[in-house]
Design a binder for this molecule. Structure first.
Ligand code: FVH
Length: 325
């Protein structure tokens, strides 16, 4: 069975790779580098790559870096990183290779002529689930194992556990567990599944929700900007309100899991749709475009038209799935 063959290859490779990591640790111990800290290669020293690099260096991991623009590596060299002249040299330096580049096409370009045999490639570059799956197959064909990652943090959150940032990973669980100690240094590490596309799917889902929130906040700020209201006085109200509403996603999830969209509904769709003209009239009266709110209200209205007035807003999910199929 193909599935078993793949698992067999991965297991054999894991044994070889485990030895390679131990080998690298022994070599670094002989060179006076702290034992137990896996050496890491990092390709890409943009805002995020530089933050990751600093976290590994601060934790005592031997770090080899490469960046297209070498000047971006200078400060890191002074902090203890080894700077490789080429991506190939950086990849050859260590079994664990982390990539944090602009986009998937850049990853393909940078690694096009690089020997990946025996490497474990961890790709933290934002991409689509399909790109992650293709990149995993591409890496496998070139003798590398692959984990995909989606970073749920901005650079200032890296290396600061209390900031709450994390990275979503997907790929073989044994590979994730093997490298978890090193991967969890810059940001907490969360495994989302064996399908290499799952980290990207979770990443884009969460970021999509974030953009929905930003869209709502933009409309709210536009409304208050039409009057003499201090936005810095409004911001705490907005932040607290969004935080108070956020737990409603648990009810949505429970509705989707059970298929019963009416359980524990406190604000029925019929009531909510009846209120939408007030929102649109307020926008018009204040001279604010309704273009961010109107599409969502239209979906609510369509769902109500299907006789779902006793539900809350969960049915909009079904409308999106039906319209997108
Ligand atoms: N920064 C953020 O807030 C977000 C947080 C969530 C995750 N994203 C993703 O992380 C990837 C890298 O983001 P970044 O913030 O480091 O991005 P930049 O500062 O723009 O650095 C881009 C790096 O990619 C290199 N690069 C660009 N084009 C090429 C190319 N054609 N060949 C080789 N390297 C290239 C660039 O090199 P250079 O311009 O310094 O020479 C940087 O190293 C990204 O997927 C985010 O979506 C960050």
């Amino acid at each position: 069975m193909a599935h078993t063959a793949v698992e067999h290859t991965v297991t054999d490779h894991a044994a070889v790779e485990h030895t390679a990591v131990e080998h690298a640790l022994v070599e670094h111990a002989a060179a006076g580098v702290p034992v137990g800290k896996a050496p890491v290669t990092l390709l890409g020293l943009g805002a995020m790559g530089t933050a990751l690099a600093r976290a590994w260096l601060a934790a005592g991991h031997p770090l080899t870096v490469w960046n297209r623009t070498p000047a971006r590596a200078e400060a890191l060299a002074a902090e203890g990183a080894t700077v490789a002249a080429t991506a190939a040299e950086a990849v050859a330096a260590n079994p664990l290779v982390v990539v944090c580049l602009l986009d998937d096409a850049t990853v393909g370009d940078v690694l096009a002529d690089v020997d990946l045999t025996g490497r474990d490639l961890v790709n933290l570059t934002t991409g689509t689930p399909a790109q992650a799956r293709e990149r995993a197959a591409w890496a496998r064909q070139r003798g590398a194992r692959y984990l995909d990652g989606g970073i749920m943090a901005v650079p200032p959150m890296v290396g600061i556990p209390q900031a709450g940032g994390y990275v979503l990973y997907s790929g073989a669980p044994d590979l994730f567990e093997q490298h978890r100690p090193a991967l969890a240094v810059p940001l907490a590490a969360t495994w989302t599944g064996e399908d290499p596309g799952f980290a990207a799917l979770h990443d884009i889902a969460l970021l999509s929700a974030m953009y929905g929130m930003f869209a709502g906040a933009a409309h709210a700020f536009a409304l208050i900007r039409t009057e003499d209201i201090d936005p810095t006085a409004f911001a705490p109200l907005l932040a607290d309100w969004l935080a108070a509403m956020a737990p409603s996603v648990h009810q949505t999830a429970e509705h989707l899991r059970t298929g019963d969209y009416t359980k524990n509904v406190t604000s029925p769709l019929a009531m909510q749709v009846a209120g939408t003209p007030t929102f649109l009239a307020t926008a018009e009266q204040q001279g604010v475009s309704p273009e961010l709110l109107a599409p969502y209200f239209e979906l609510m209205r369509r769902r109500l038209g299907e006789g779902s007035g006793e539900e809350d807003l969960t049915g909009v999910v079904d409308l999106l799935l039906r319209s997108g199929a």
